[in-house]
Ligand binder design. Structure first.
Ligand SMILES: *Cc1c(COP(=O)(O)O)cnc(C)c1O
Length: 355
């Protein structure tokens, strides 16, 4: 079988989605399943939907287009602010987008009119993490214009924390979003359909026992796919941590000194820390590199140590594990490693389990 290959266990993805959906439901929160780490894989999208997510979100319109063309019928949300240059694709393939710029919203309206499409707008609010978002005081005037623009429907508000500055979702910032939703509803005499509290980093808050207030949606990617809570990267009870695994093939296995010799300069990827002198050790090279994966995000099998990586080579010390040329090594992946694998044309994606 070809290598490297990424094994995707769709049954485990579906299980993880189902557990999170069922734990959030009693709190009045539904889940938008985020597919961006899988390049909008229609198979993964199907597993998320089978697990009970209410809709799908992706940061790239190309991924949403791919899911649509593959026949995925769920409601799709573009979760990165649309590019002004892509508004046509956005209204064609996404049902809803998260927005912060009135110029973009006006262009979405024009595109939606031309294509005879309705398009939903969720306004993102800046609550301290300093990535996307209107300042809270600016939301009302933008919402007023959204309501007046043809072919647009104002679905609600949302926020995104933790990604840029590590600001944790808590009772204070979630309470602020709830209060803003209620004041906007009172001002405009509407009931907002979507009050989207954030991403996987919101789970600690959501399961922490405080009232969820008006928050009724979370956009979850990493927690479903990898079973981790991203603020502290702790495993979430009852979830699979190994829905994604990466298999690489050994292309050299030899006993070599643990210390390099000769005059030392920089490596292909910058300066390198001096290796510890362990005498002669067994060392193996895998046909896997920075073009395929983020080596820092790999979890090797017990006893196996990653010594270094270049574009196309991963050097490991197999320890007690016996590695022979042609043999396989299976790794766990973090989010960065998964994204790189999914994006590399050299990594074969192997779907397993229910489709
Ligand atoms: C990536 C992203 C998410 C999902 O984040 P996870 O940590 O993978 O759950 C949610 N919302 C926005 C705006 C995002 O960019």
């Amino acid at each position: 079988m070809t290598a490297p290959r990424l094994h995707i266990d769709l049954g485990k993805v579906e299980h993880n989605a189902r557990v999170l959906v069922s734990r959030l439901e009693p709190r009045g929160i539904s889940v938008t399943g985020v597919t961006k780490a899988t390049l909008g894989s229609p198979a993964v999208a199907g597993s998320l939907l089978a697990g009970g997510v209410r809709g799908l979100g992706d940061s790239r319109i190309e991924n949403i287009e791919a899911m649509r063309r593959a026949g995925v019928a769920a409601r799709t949300t573009l979760i990165r602010s649309p590019m002004l240059s892509q508004v046509d694709q956005v209204v064609t393939f996404a049902d809803v987008s998260l927005n912060t710029e009135i110029r973009v919203i006006r262009a979405l309206s024009r595109a939606a009119v031309l294509r005879h499409r309705p398009h939903g707008i969720v306004l993102m609010v800046e609550l301290g993490d300093l990535r996307e978002g209107l300042l809270p005081g600016d939301v009302e005037s933008v919402a007023r214009e959204v309501q007046a623009l043809p072919n647009l429907a104002w679905h609600g508000i949302g926020t995104n924390l933790a990604c840029q500055s590590g600001v944790a979702p808590d009772a204070a910032n979630m309470g602020e979003l709830s209060a803003l939703a209620e004041s906007l509803e009172a001002t405009f005499g509407v009931v907002l359909e979507t009050i989207s509290g954030g991403n996987s980093a919101n789970l600690e808050w959501a399961f922490g026992g405080t009232d969820a207030g008006r928050i009724n949606d979370l956009r979850l990617g990493e927690s479903i796919l990898l079973g981790l809570e991203p603020l502290h990267r702790t495993p979430i009870e009852g979830l699979h941590l190994d829905a994604f695994t990466l298999v690489a093939e050994v292309i050299e296995a030899k006993d070599k000194p643990s210390q390099p010799w000769g005059t030392l300069g920089q490596t292909a990827f910058g300066p390198k820390d001096r290796a510890e002198d362990r005498g002669v050790i067994n060392q193996a090279i895998l046909a896997l590199g920075r073009q395929d994966v983020d080596p820092a995000g790999l979890t090797p099998p017990p006893g196996v140590q990653v010594l270094g990586a270049s574009s196309d080579h991963l050097i490991v010390a197999p320890g007690a594990v016996l590695l022979a040329v042609g043999g396989d090594v299976t790794f766990g992946l973090d989010y960065a490693a998964l994204v790189r694998c999914m994006t590399s044309p050299f990594v074969t994606k192997v779907m397993m389990g229910p489709t």
